[in-house]
Design a protein around this ligand. Structure first.
Ligand SMILES: [Fe+2]
Ligand SMILES: [Fe+2]
Length: 362
């Protein structure tokens, strides 16, 4: 069973152990004295963790989907809201000695990465019974058997190895020389999460566990895709020697995280595309097209997140901005300059996924 995947690129069935297996690295990745996941080959090339079989497996499931004539879910890059503060605004603050808001923004990113471990708690129902034709040899069939667990370990670390949470902390601490971390960061983002309302099931005819799983995966996929904007922001900001004490290692760390995210986006879009291509059995003995369900979730999540993400990032920053700016020589002028660098952005009218169940669609 342990034949190298390279020799059988079309293999569709893997054990959890295989999906969690890493390559043999020459050098481990050490960040801020913490041993992190992944590592380097002889030529200094960084290899993401747990991709020895996971990467070729995802490729094989994708090729199978294409062979069957189904499309892979794709989100337009135009949908990604810009990062707030933008790079110019962040540099302006740092150049004026106003560091707290940027320390805060980077700390929030590290905490949110750590939240990614929640994916291992998603309850997976018996998918082979719920999809017409079953799920054998698909990404869907491997969610519980390795894919969710690999994702969780990548985000929050595993045993004595750090993951993305620790890697973002290291990037922050190297660039900004071990800054003081505000004590209320976690509390403030948790408070906002609690204020958000939960809505009832959108598809009462579907097994509730299946609805929750597909909705959660859709949400995580959109977060992962939008995060690409955060990585570009982090690399541009932390690689600038004017504001970063260790431009090379701090931005390098963010680029390793960026590379690690690829399998997350890819397995989620593959599994959701598989669900979208199938027919779902309902609890009342009928059937519903997977496309209707997945497109509904994607429509709702993208609609909400293109609005909330900007609002959240603004709230996070502006709550303490005026206070933090007091360390500058002329806080009022600084605030004016900061706001003048703002970029207006509106979510595109076209999301690309159709809602058939929202009140507006009726
Ligand atoms: Fe991550
Ligand atoms: Fe991720």
């Amino acid at each position: 069973m342990n034949v190298a995947t390279e020799s059988e690129p079309d293999r569709l069935v893997y054990s959890a152990e295989e999906l969690l297996a890493s390559d043999k690295y020459k050098e481990p990745l050490i960040a801020n004295e913490v041993r992190c996941h992944g590592g380097f080959l002889d030529d200094g090339l960084y290899l993401s963790p747990r991709t020895l079989h996971r990467a070729p497996a995802i490729d094989a499931w994708k090729r199978q989907l294409a062979r069957q004539g189904h499309e892979l879910i794709d989100l337009s890059r135009d949908l990604t809201p810009p990062q707030y503060p933008n790079v110019a605004q962040a540099k302006l603050l740092l150049n004026h000695g106003v560091r707290e808001p940027i320390v805060r923004a980077l700390t929030i990113i590290s905490i949110v990465e750590g939240f990614g471990a929640m994916i291992r708690d998603v309850r997976v129902p018996r998918l082979e019974d719920l999809f017409v034709g079953g799920v054998e040899g698909t990404a869907l069939a491997h969610l519980r058997g390795g894919l969710f667990e690999a994702h969780a370990r990548d985000e929050s670390g595993y045993r004595d190895e750090g993951g993305h949470k620790q890697m973002w902390e290291a990037a922050r601490d190297e660039a900004l020389e071990n800054p003081k971390i505000p004590g209320d960061v976690l509390m403030s983002i948790m408070g906002r999460r609690r204020r958000r309302q939960k809505t009832g099931p959108v598809f009462p005819e579907i097994e509730p566990k299946l609805e929750r799983m597909l909705a959660f995966m859709s949400q995580v996929m959109v977060i992962e895709i939008f995060a690409e904007g955060t990585f570009e922001w982090g690399i541009e900001l932390l690689s600038d020697p004017e504001v970063s004490a260790n431009p090379k290692s701090a931005s390098g760390m963010v680029s390793y995280i960026q590379q690690d995210e690829k399998p997350h986006v890819e397995y989620l879009r593959t599994a959701l595309s598989e669900a979208r291509a199938r027919t779902i059995r309902t609890v009342d003995g009928k059937e519903i097209a997977g496309k209707v369900v997945i497109d509904e979730f994607l429509h709702r999540i993208i609609h909400a997140m293109t609005r909330e993400r900007q609002r959240d990032q603004r709230d996070d920053l502006r709550e303490n901005l005026i206070e933090a700016m007091k360390v500058a020589k002329n806080p009022k002028a600084l605030l004016e300059e900061f706001d003048s660098l703002d970029e207006a952005w509106r979510p595109p009218a076209e999301i690309g996924f159709v809602s058939t169940r929202s009140p507006a669609a009726a």
